[in-house]
Design a protein around this ligand. Structure first.
Ligand code: FO1
Length: 308
């Protein structure tokens, strides 16, 4: 059984960890959003790739939801003392990741190779594959003008009203080789879409020409896990964005968004009573403990098997 997971950051990393307990080592591939990536202080930061890596290595800060556990902040304090830019926080250990990644990128290596090496060094069996080795930058048109993803998300705490999104570079980007290889694997049994923000985290991936086509060509069940249990996002601006896009904050709007891509949607127990033609199942999708993560992963795999 080989499984592909399309994922953004924190929620997707939780599901990836659950899946890693059910799928044989090496048979799980997480294709990760890189639309949030940006160059900050001269360093290439890949937040979702790092969240996956730190989570699967047992190094993530569970409370903050990003960065490393046990982090220290001497670099930020020193930067602040110099009057430097401090709206985006880079912890001391996390900084090593960005410095080493940036050095290797400048030397001509791809994000895929660097990410795979980091994962191997940290003892991670799951393949962590960026959606593309070419730059795709999510930009958000708001009532305050167009903002880069991190400017919007961290700098402005998602407060401006979102009008539309674009993914700069997507037209000429290609899916990372590891993403296409995982989707073409004859042993592939399911593609799962994490409970990540469909507009901010999954759409950048689907904007890379060839990725959605490769998912469809795999001819395996595609199952999304709702990012909106009971009409509310666990964390982050999904519900706010849906409102701003004029969409009802209901499971049906998630099903509509993924229309033509998914075969089934895993809903939360709080969504019982939802009016949905698409095949679906219910589970407690809130992931706090490791058992929760494994439960949601199992429910998603069971649903995939049911619709296969
Ligand atoms: N999120 C914040 O809310 N504030 C930060 O200062 C911040 C720094 C940061 C540094 C490295 C990293 O990998 C992630 C970081 N994040 C921070 C999280 C990140 O901005 C978002 O959570 C993701 O891009 C959305 O998935």
């Amino acid at each position: 059984m080989s499984v592909v997971l399309l994922t953004g950051g924190v929620g997707g990393a939780k599901l990836a960890l659950g899946l890693s307990h059910l799928v044989a080592p090496g048979d799980l591939t997480a294709i990760v959003n890189t639309g949030d990536d940006f160059v900050h202080l001269g360093l290439t930061v890949s937040p979702d790739v790092d969240t996956l890596t730190y989570t699967l290595a047992g190094l993530s800060d569970e409370v903050r939801g990003w960065g490393r556990t046990g982090e220290t902040w001497n670099f930020m304090a020193a930067l602040r003392a110099l009057g430097g830019v401090d709206w985006f926080n880079l912890g001391d250990s996390d900084l090593a990741t960005h410095v080493e990644r940036s050095r290797r990128l400048a030397a001509g290596e791809t994000l895929s190779v660097i990410t795979a090496d980091f994962a191997q060094t940290l003892g991670i069996a799951t393949r962590i594959v960026p959606m593309s080795d070419q730059s795709v930058a999510t930009r958000i048109a708001t009532d305050e003008g167009e903002l880069g993803f991190q400017q919007y998300f961290v700098g402005r705490h998602c407060e401006p009203r979102l009008l539309s999104l674009r993914f700069v570079g997507a037209e000429t980007a290609r899916p990372a080789p590891g993403a296409l290889a995982a989707l073409a694997d004859p042993a592939l049994t399911a593609v799962l879409i994490a409970p990540s923000n469909p507009w901010l985290s999954i759409d950048p991936m689907l904007a890379v020409p060839g990725l959605a086509e490769a998912i469809r060509a795999a001819q395996v069940p595609v199952v999304a896990v709702t990012p909106l249990p009971g009409g509310r996002a666990v964390k982050g601006p999904t519900a706010k964005i849906m409102g701003e896009l004029g969409l009802p904050t209901k499971a049906g709007a998630i099903a509509d968004h993924y229309h033509g891509l998914i075969d089934a949607l895993l809903l939360d127990e709080a969504d019982r009573g939802a009016d949905m033609a698409l095949p679906h199942a219910f589970a407690d999708t809130i992931m706090v403990s490791l058992e929760d993560r494994v439960r949601v992963a199992r429910a998603a795999l069971d649903l995939a098997q049911r619709v296969s």
